[in-house]
Design a binder for this molecule. Structure first.
Ligand code: AVJ
Length: 336
């Protein structure tokens, strides 16, 4: 199902925002996630619920923290390689999964439009507000670009991708591939590859394994912004589901390196006994002091192993770049 929900089509602005796929409401999805997640062991909530307006603002602040290196490293690599990416991909369409409104997108658009001035830009995001803002901004700044924004969750089946087969570039930035568990990541890569045609390219950012002390600092910064970001999840739950008897301050932020699974984990630990209810869905929530909820995993990769995995999913590795310190990677992959 497709529904155009906003658009501007004068000679100067060419953009539209489309609803695609499932129309399951955000609320219904949150309810389902809470009902299954809170009784799982360990209790787990998917990271997508971090990103309400305040959470998105806090994440933005995280990307500028001295301890949080991934965003700066990715920007460094992209600034050095954007032209090469444009030449190698010959892209006439840029699809960005989980787009937001980043500076990285503009680096790439600058390079791509030097070769394809009438580029088609397809940002895909869960937030209509974020997409509309980005569409208006980009269409205003790049006068020959057409923007065909898609409201969708990159964790769901992907809609058919617009653009010329073989000349699409699908970008997935930020190291968000690390938010998936192994089996989820395999399913995601299959879905992405299925949505692409041979000759299309995938541009994938991935954070790399490093000294756990640097990782711990990046996920538990000295100013406590990451802690606030994590605790904001309780704020979102109580607001959306009318939570009574629970407040963000009842929890503590915990960041942990899981060496076996080479991943960072964020947990929320109950600082007292919780005896609450989500009144909107009539769901009680009882948790003893000290109990923990897993709110995010962020897998760190070995670049060789990641490339091997990508080959097994139908991609050829065109290039794999790292920043000067070897902290972070950006890979260009061709669908075969
Ligand atoms: C946006 C998912 C890439 O995993 O590093 C930042 C989110 N969590 N600090 C990450 C995040 C805590 C971020 N991603």
């Amino acid at each position: 199902m497709t529904a155009v929900i906003a658009g501007g089509a004068t000679t100067e602005l060419r953009w539209r925002v489309n609803h695609v796929g499932s129309m399951l409401s955000t609320r219904a999805r949150l309810e389902a996630d809470v009902r299954t997640g809170l009784v799982a062991s360990p209790p787990t909530l998917p990271p997508r619920w971090f990103y309400d307006e305040r959470g998105s603002r806090l994440f933005d602040e995280i990307t500028r923290l001295p301890e949080y290196y991934p965003t700066r490293r990715e920007t460094e690599i992209l600034a050095a390689r954007a032209n090469e990416i444009a030449i190698r991909s010959e892209a006439s369409t840029l699809v960005e999964l989980g787009s937001g409104t980043s500076a990285k997108t503009r680096l790439l658009l600058d390079a791509l439009t030097a070769y394809a001035p009438d580029l088609l830009f397809v940002p895909l995001d869960v937030s209509v507000e974020v997409l509309t803002e980005a569409a208006v901004e980009i269409a205003g700044r790049y006068r020959d670009i057409a923007v065909d924004a898609l409201v969708a969750d990159f964790g769901d089946p992907l809609p058919p991708l617009p653009g010329d087969e073989g000349r699409r570039l699908v970008a997935f930035f930020g190291g968000t591939i690390g938010n998936f568990q192994t089996h989820e990541r395999h399913a995601f890569l299959d879905r992405v590859r299925q949505a692409m045609a041979p000759g299309d390219h995938l541009l994938l950012g991935a954070d790399l394994i490093k000294d756990p002390n640097r990782l711990l600092a990046a996920y538990d910064d000295s100013r406590g912004v990451t802690a606030e970001f994590n605790l904001n999840l309780i704020e979102v739950l109580t607001r959306e589901l009318d939570g009574r008897g629970v407040r963000p301050n009842d929890f503590a932020h915990v960041a942990r390196w899981n060496a076996d699974k080479h991943r960072m984990e964020m947990w929320l630990r109950a600082r007292c006994d919780i005896d609450a209810i989500f009144a909107a869905i009539d769901l009680p929530w009882v948790l003893p002091a000290g109990a923990e909820i897993l709110t995010e995993i962020s897998v760190k990769f070995d670049l060789g192993a990641l490339h091997k995995e990508l080959r097994a999913h139908g991609f050829a590795v065109t290039a794999g770049w790292m920043d000067r310190r070897g902290d972070y990677s950006l890979s260009l992959l061709r669908a075969i």
